[in-house]
Design a protein around this ligand. Structure first.
Ligand SMILES: NC(=O)c1ccc[n+]([C@@H]2O[C@H](COP(=O)([O-])OP(=O)(O)OC[C@H]3O[C@@H](n4cnc5c(N)ncnc54)[C@H](OP(=O)(O)O)[C@@H]3O)[C@@H](O)[C@H]2O)c1
Length: 350
């Protein structure tokens, strides 16, 4: 039987904080954090810092050893690895050697090469293992990894900012830019978290954005920039081609582009718009998660591109407030309708 205390949740939340420090640097590995607890206090911590580098558990064990402390309980947001077909040696034998008596795990590793084997190996060694402490939060933390490792296709987050009347710009043909500073800062956190950012050609032509991750006072790395441009209208002089990092231009279907990105190890794509590209992603049922930033402004231009609402069903959703904006966050479970019904429901959408 699983015995979970509020202490377990406290230590598990700390593993999440540690894991997030690796955001953007560990892909296509999952984010992982680990704390070692003795007599109710944290004595060592570790996290997966970069792809190919030491795993969270190994860093924490090393820290505990350097302080000549024996481990008691270990908390990890994800099941420890046991497979050998990867860059680093498996963690399970190290955990057993470290003399840990109890391991608390946030979630099972969905990687078919692990999928419970790490937990079983620990139990066989006589270690008590409790699985599923803050499981929902653990799953959300590594939702992009879970999709990619199971399907080979990237997790897609569609993120757009809209006015109260659903417009993406205040006036047709102009650059958008009406979100609060807090929302902008969060967009850069998302860009750090996601492996790729995607934009439609029209947005590149109008906005000429940098599409880089810029976080105040924190290490950042640029995601792969992806432009959808079937008619080859985006010129090499566009800013996206002159920023550090890779820029890819696709003229294929969105599904084919996602397959290719998944094959290249891109496990998550942040689609930032505009309206036409958003519509195609939604229509192709290619969106896993939607974020709509609602700002307290009105467009005053009926021809401004509008968010393609319609034909969306959310499996779960919530609101978050950032500065003056409300962020709607939902997971998509699209309705199963006939093609004719679907086409009808899209008519009239910009
Ligand atoms: N508020 C926000 O969050 C936000 C975010 C981004 C942009 N914007 C604003 O949105 C405006 C532009 O939006 P938009 O709707 O006019 O254009 P868009 O979605 O940015 O780009 C549309 C273009 O993308 C290309 N494309 C390639 N593959 C596509 C596919 N499968 N489906 C659809 N398009 C595909 C098409 O050109 P080809 O046929 O040549 O391929 C199409 O014309 C700008 O004013 C920008 O400032 C707002």
């Amino acid at each position: 039987m699983k015995r979970v205390s509020s202490g377990d949740e406290f230590f598990m939340r700390r593993t999440f904080e540690l894991a997030r420090l690796g955001a953007g640097f560990v892909s296509p590995n999952p984010m992982a954090g680990c704390v070692i607890v003795k007599d109710g206090a944290i004595v060592a911590e570790g996290y997966h810092k970069k792809f190919g580098g030491a795993h969270a558990e190994i860093s924490a064990i090393k820290q505990a050893k350097s302080r000549q402390l024996t481990a008691d309980s270990m908390y990890i947001n994800l099941e420890p690895c046991v497979h050998t077909d990867k860059k680093t040696p498996p963690c399970v034998p190290e955990i057993i050697r470290a003399g840990v008596t109890r391991v608390v795990v946030g979630m099972k590793d969905p990687n078919p090469a692990v999928a419970g084997r790490g937990i079983r190996a620990l139990r066989r060694a006589g270690i008590r293992v409790d699985v599923g402490v803050l499981e929902k939060e653990s799953r959300e933390l590594n939702e992009t990894y879970a999709k990619w490792i199971v399907t080979g296709r990237p997790f897609v987050l569609l993120k757009v900012a809209v006015t109260l009347d659903g417009a993406l710009t205040l006036k047709k043909g102009t650059r958008s830019g009406f979100s609060s500073p807090e929302s902008y800062a969060y967009v850069h956190e998302l860009r750090q978290l996601y492996d790729a950012i995607a934009l439609g050609s029209e947005s590149i032509l109008i906005d000429n954005p940098l599409l880089t991750a810029r976080r105040k006072g924190q290490r950042s790395r640029n995601p792969v920039r992806v432009i959808f441009d079937r008619r080859g209208r985006v010129q090499k002089s566009a800013k996206v081609f002159h920023e550090p990092g890779e820029t890819l231009v696709f003229s294929s279907s969105l599904a084919a582009a996602l397959r290719e990105l998944g094959r290249r190890g891109v496990m998550s794509v942040l689609v930032e718009g505009g309206a036409k590209l958003a519509q195609s992603f939604l229509r192709g049922r290619l969106v896993d998660k939607l974020m709509v930033t609602v700002t307290p402004q009105v467009a005053h231009d009926l021809n401004a591109p509008r968010f393609p609402f319609g034909y969306i069903r959310f499996s779960k959703s919530r609101w978050e407030i950032r500065g003056a904006d409300a962020w709607f966050i939902g997971y998509l479970g699209m309705e199963k309708k006939s093609r004719a019904e679907r086409d009808k429901s899209w008519r009239g959408v910009h």
